[in-house]
Design a protein around this ligand. Sequence first.
Ligand code: ADE
Length: 242
Amino acid sequence: MRFDVLTIFPAMIEGPLSTSIIGRARTAGLVTIATHDVRDYTDDKHRRVDDTPFGGGAGMVMNAQPFFATLREGLGLNEKDHDDAHIVLLTPQGQVFSQAKAAELAGKKRLVLLCGHYEGIDDRVRQTWVDEELSIGDYVLTGGELAALVVIDAVARLLPGVLGHEASSVEESFSDQLLEYPQYTRPAEFEGMTVPDVLLSGHHGRINNWRRQQSLVRTYKNRPDLLQGRCLSFQDGELLRA
Ligand code: ADE
């Protein structure tokens, strides 16, 4: 899968994208990630990429021209026909990103992520190019770069081969709409704190029951919204009551 990121601050994302699992996936050729500095495509002689908003008001708005030029010249895309590229605008005005959305995007061949700054991007960019607007949550960041990193990370880890264990992206929070159970590793006693006996018992049935119960209790306490309107099995009901 290929990702293209349009930004005026490529340095904000290049480090994280060269580190850890995503960095390794790039080196292994499992994903291709290209960053494009929108400022390189401005036709302004002072290399400006923003201007004051029509109608007045505080802040600056990013010009349409450098985004159009980056998409056309840098990425070779055509606004009338870019079927192979799914173009996403990161903005607090978008739909909230989720695990389900990450799974959907992982099915695309090419994702193009547009990062805005200041008071946003001239809306003609959205009208002309954008297939989908995404927000990573109900708060305002200084720009779309951190949001683009979140989307790339969540999508890339779902691609075949990116995580070492195929199972690890499946058996985790949100695949089942429940939060994950607590994990422990060696030593069995650390600074006087022990590990729940059941995890040392070697009894897989009891371990699975305990984990399911912990997931249910955590979800009930921390994210009751995830259980709203959901029908629990008789067994899950028993675990939650226990
Ligand atoms: N840009 C600024 N804030 C954002 C957010 N919450 N999500 C996506 N892009 C953003």
